[in-house]
Write a protein that binds this ligand. Sequence first.
Ligand code: HEC
Length: 722
Amino acid sequence: MKKSPLLCFLSLVLLSDLASAALLTTFIASDLRDPMEISLAPNGDVFVVEREGRVLRVVPATGTMFVIGQVPVTALKEENKNSSWAREDGLLGITLDPDFAKNQRLYLYYSAADKMLNRLSRFSLKDGLLDLSSEQMLLEIPSDRRDRVCHHGGSLAFGKDGLLYLSTGDNTNPFESNGVAPIDDRDGHDHANAMRSAGNTNDLRGKVLRIKPTEKGYEIPEGNLFPTGNAKARPEIFVMGCRNPFRMSIDPKTNTVYWGEVGPDAGNPSDKGPAGHDEVNQAKTAGNHGWPFVIADNQPYPLVDFTNGTTGVMTDPKAPKNPSKLNTGLTDLPPARQALIWYPYADSEKFPLMGTGGRNAMAGPVFYYDAKRPHNILGEADDRSLITFEWMRNKAWKVKLDENENFVKMEVLLDGLQHPMDMEMAADGSLFLLEYGSEWYFNTNGRIRLILPDSGNQAPQVKIEDRGNKTYAVTVNDPENQKCEVVWYGTKGQKDAVLGKGENYTLNIDGVEQLRAVVTDEKGQRGIARVLLNAATMPELTFSFPKKPSAIGFGETLTFQVAGAMQEKDLVVRARYIAPTGHDAGGPVLPGEAAKLIEAKQCLACHQVDTNSVGPSYLNVAMRYRDDPAALKNLQKKLSTGGAGAWGEIPMPPQAAVNEQESAEILQAILGLSQGMAELKSKSAGELRMPAAPEGAAAGGAWEIIATAPMHTSAKIRIPAK
Ligand code: HEC
């Protein structure tokens, strides 16, 4: 059914008016980089983790943001943004210990930097900082990172029952099954087969796990899906059959678990299964939620033979089976359960208020009305309402549940959000909403909203203007035109202090990393604005050429100068020959076969071709050893024994999965990267000699001349080749 555009427009205006009038928002944190999950401390502080490993503590009253740690993780980096490796890895989840006030302990779930697995660990804070040496590992879950494999879930939460819940994804490439069930049982397609993970009772992926942490590790609580001692089923599993249970919450009274399930892409039903649906799920007890055999309200998928596309047996939701040859668990699975709410890309007949378009379901807290606590963001009639939200649709809903926790009705609660990522309700009834930022990756505008009930008084809107000469001015727009007080705060490391008052402030101390204006109106509502003074604008390198040639030939020299704030000894100037093929990958590339082998052997966990990662870039390796005839032999030895010291203090683990023939093939390809390259180090002015012509070099092409130094933006220029 098509709605008239006017009707759409009207209902939109009404909804957003309602939504914004009902609640009051203050942005207490901003400038976050791909923030993933928050956890609230009893004293009101908000802890937040970011995808690339930072852990921050936010003080809501003053908007102070302290960086308290950096966990070494595997995560997609901007310089490799098109890599098919580890697309959704990183620091994924956080929750504080129920006894945090006393023991300063917290739990993190992250993609290990040193191994292909995701790890659940307990850490302690020491003097307010994350103490990495306190790490106590609870669970390690092997996790594939190849071939655009994704879905890691990663939400952590404690129930009132003192049990720790962790959601994990199916760790499967969804792109090779055209948006239906990824159940490709062919050899070599395990990365596209969720029967090995979510549908496998003997695998911790695609699950909600439930454990009881102890001093030494953890115990299995009563009531999980499978009893201990079953060699074909893991006792940690509370819920199985999840695809990407991204954000989860636990009912504070009943311990019922809620999670949003990000669903598959099929736009329409076909002979291979139903249209893709996202789900909001509810588990009052342990159970099987069906993936990859059923979806939504238990709509089944047929088995598919991926060699020829023919369909086979249709799943019976009451008695699903996992027939995969990669299944290491039970063949007969518990009966599948349907979702609480489900919706496709198109209009949902059953849940029309979900709207249409992209999907990314998430579950927030269950609201209970409590007249005795300071805040109730919803009314008494909303007692026992689940708050759900949508990362793609940028909305939140309140879902009224009856006394048996069954769905009664839903209404839009918030609109116009910026990729809402996580939501937690504090003991005083205030609601914290984490927004991921405007992009899919590499955001620097993630933020946290503090949401309170409307008291008829909106927060002042605040902006800081840089007037030059370290002078800052604040502009305040208070919706009620009240008199506002402006207090300036500065943060430096773990210290935060009041620096001054009034509309203008001149910074007169060194080393302040973050300056904030906290503006309070007469009734105590706050608005906060901030400037980052050490924002990562890296100083630039620039080239100049005293006698710049219009073209350079092989073996000729180029006279250059580099200007910049770098230390001369750190400077590297290189020339790279680009053949006249019309294709340039934007940097040196490994030949296809070797590239595949390197990917298969998981070297990319720590190495990239042209940027330093955990290990040195392969180009740097090639340039260092290019005149060393023993390089191949020595590096083969290093691969098999591992070790540190050649590039830094981080050791390379022995690469046991690589045999001698493979290591020769890989290393020859790596060393071959120096072909067509020239280099001059530690000289800000000099002559760079182009290499001799490679055999069979065609005429034409170009040289890319590039100057690099650590923590500087590179200088780059192209000159035609003769
Ligand atoms: C867990 C991380 C990790 C993995 C996985 C890894 N490396 Fe390394 N690699 C390193 C580190 C760290 C160094 C730097 C060691 C040093 O300073 O001596 C290194 C160094 C190297 C070097 C230079 C050695 C030298 O002595 O100059 C080569 C070549 C290399 N790695 C190739 C590989 C290949 C090929 C693979 C896959 C088969 C691989 N690495 C997998 C971390 C890793």
